[in-house]
Design a protein around this ligand. Structure first.
Ligand code: HEC
Ligand code: HEC
Ligand code: HEC
Length: 406
């Protein structure tokens, strides 16, 4: 549904690390009521969209145009200082701000609707305690006709059926906690669940979705495209540190890890892993490509020259470079994320436990569309990987999208 266009580089600076590392070392016992609320803020990644001081101004690119997040500090003129507790609950659970203002689902209220009233009340206590900041924001910069707020009435009617999380007595407490977090506060589906042309969820939850030049992978237990080959501990490690033996978080996921999952407690991360491991496998990525011999041959030669130095000729990577063999990111139905990675390069998530994100160089200036397509088709169909071929046209589309966004 959204991608955050502004990477907050400041969060990768050494000083921020020291603070993050300190926070990780000295986990305080829950004391003030605001601690519980602050933890809800972490679970919901409010800072990821509303900024570190919650004063808004973060630009979100959506398929319908641009939104700039509002100021949600207690400032009375430019923030939400005039909200009552009930106003806040309505915004979070029904997507309705005071004076009947219908919110756009770029604010993930369809997920927050599943949060318990107690968790929302705790969050509200914390929201009241943060420093008010004066910052007025022009939020709605969507294209016509999406900029017309009343259209959200139709959207809500068609696509939004608010329902609090219902405990499933047939499952364990950990599974239920995981399901509650994934579908609620942590809004994993906002990125990982396929969307219809109106940006609403469609089809099976968490089976993967394209977002603004990235692909948020399949999180089901499918062995080809999903997390079928990951253990629960692998999932916890990835969410906590942004990396594991299979993969390395970049782009929007690196941000979600830095702001949110790396700051979740171990019990909650385990619960999320229990829930994800128990998701029924999706229908996968449609299997391997056929008729790609020419692409495979050219791709193999180009790979050895451009990529093998870091990712290994065997695709197994090394301590600092992620493997491409058996890496689910590589095997998704759509290749958006990996095309983008090759063209634009990237930097892995940096977290308190693993503070330096290694870098991947940009190849946009070195590889033509068809060369990049050949290499990626090879990577997607070698070392046991199986996934549809990548066409030069796909690379070309993503290349022009990258041009227009920079
Ligand atoms: C994925 C990005 C995103 C995340 C995460 C997010 N928000 Fe928002 N939020 C938005 C956007 C965009 C709007 C503006 C929506 C609109 O005006 O239609 C918004 C609007 C709001 C509003 C309504 C403000 C008003 O106009 O009166 C409140 C309150 C709010 N968010 C609170 C939160 C809280 C609390 C969290 C964390 C639990 C959170 N948001 C997380 C994007 C986000
Ligand atoms: C803002 C969008 C966004 C949100 C929110 C988000 N993800 Fe992701 N996620 C992504 C993207 C994009 C990738 C691919 C990253 C890459 O290519 O390195 C990803 C990758 C992953 C991966 C690695 C999968 C693989 O095959 O390599 C896991 C596991 C994951 N996310 C779990 C989660 C969980 C659990 C949540 C909720 C707590 C979550 N994500 C929330 C966008 C998001
Ligand atoms: C100088 C070392 C280096 C070279 C050369 C290099 N990479 Fe990378 N690659 C990295 C690093 C580091 C990352 C992790 C960065 C990140 O995730 O943001 C990465 C990430 C990736 C990913 C994403 C993996 C994931 O789990 O999200 C893919 C796909 C990839 N590289 C493919 C390639 C291809 C194809 C080439 C050759 C065209 C190549 N790389 C060349 C270092 C390199």
């Amino acid at each position: 549904m959204i991608s955050r266009s502004a990477f907050r580089l400041c969060s990768r600076m050494p000083f921020a690390w020291m603070i993050a590392a300190f926070a990780a070392l000295s986990t305080p016992a829950l004391a003030a009521p605001t601690d519980a609320g602050k933890y809800q803020l972490v679970l919901g990644d409010c800072e990821g969209c509303h900024g570190k001081n919650l004063a808004g101004g973060v630009v979100l690119m959506t398929p319908f145009g641009k939104m700039v997040t509002p100021n949600i500090t207690p400032d009375k003129d430019t923030g939400i200082g005039n909200y009552s507790a009930e106003d806040f609950r309505q915004a979070m659970k029904n997507g309705i701000a005071p004076r009947n203002k219908l919110l756009y689902p770029a604010m993930p209220y369809p997920s927050y609707a599943r949060m318990s009233d107690a968790d929302i009340a705790a969050l509200w206590t914390y929201m009241r305690s943060v420093k008010p900041v004066r910052n007025s924001v022009n939020v709605n910069q969507l294209h016509f006709p999406f900029n017309l707020r009343f259209m959200m009435r139709g959207w809500n009617l068609l696509f939004f059926a608010p329902a609090p999380y219902a405990n499933n007595p047939a499952k364990s407490a950990a599974w239920n906690r995981g399901a509650y977090l994934v579908s609620g506060a942590a809004h994993c589906g906002a990125c990982h669940t396929p969307k219809n042309p109106f940006g609403a969820d469609k089809g099976a939850a968490l089976t993967g979705a394209a977002l603004q030049g990235w692909f948020a992978p399949d999180l089901t237990s499918d062995k080809g495209a999903g997390l079928g080959t990951w253990s629960a501990a692998d999932i916890v490690e990835y969410l906590q540190t942004g990396r594991n033996n299979h993969s390395l978080a970049s782009g929007p996921m690196a941000e979600a890890v830095e702001n949110s999952t790396s700051r979740m407690n171990g019990t909650d991360l385990k619960a999320i892993a229990v829930y994800l491991k128990n998701l029924p496998p999706s229908r996968g990525n449609g299997g391997g490509a056929t008729g790609i011999e020419a692409q495979m041959k050219s791709g193999a030669a180009l790979y050895d020259v451009s990529c093998a130095a870091c990712h290994g000729r065997d695709g197994k990577g090394s301590l600092i470079f992620p493997p491409l063999a058996g890496n689910p990111t590589v095997r998704q139905v759509r290749a958006d994320s990996i095309v983008r990675m090759v063209l634009a390069g990237g930097r892995g998530a940096a977290t308190a436990r693993a503070p330096t994100g290694p870098g991947m160089p940009s190849f946009a200036w070195r590889l033509s569309d068809s060369q990049a397509a050949d290499i990626l088709t090879y990577v997607r169909n070698n070392w046991g990987n199986r996934a549809p071929a990548v066409s030069p046209e796909t690379v070309g589309h993503i290349r022009s999208a990258l041009h227009s966004s920079s």
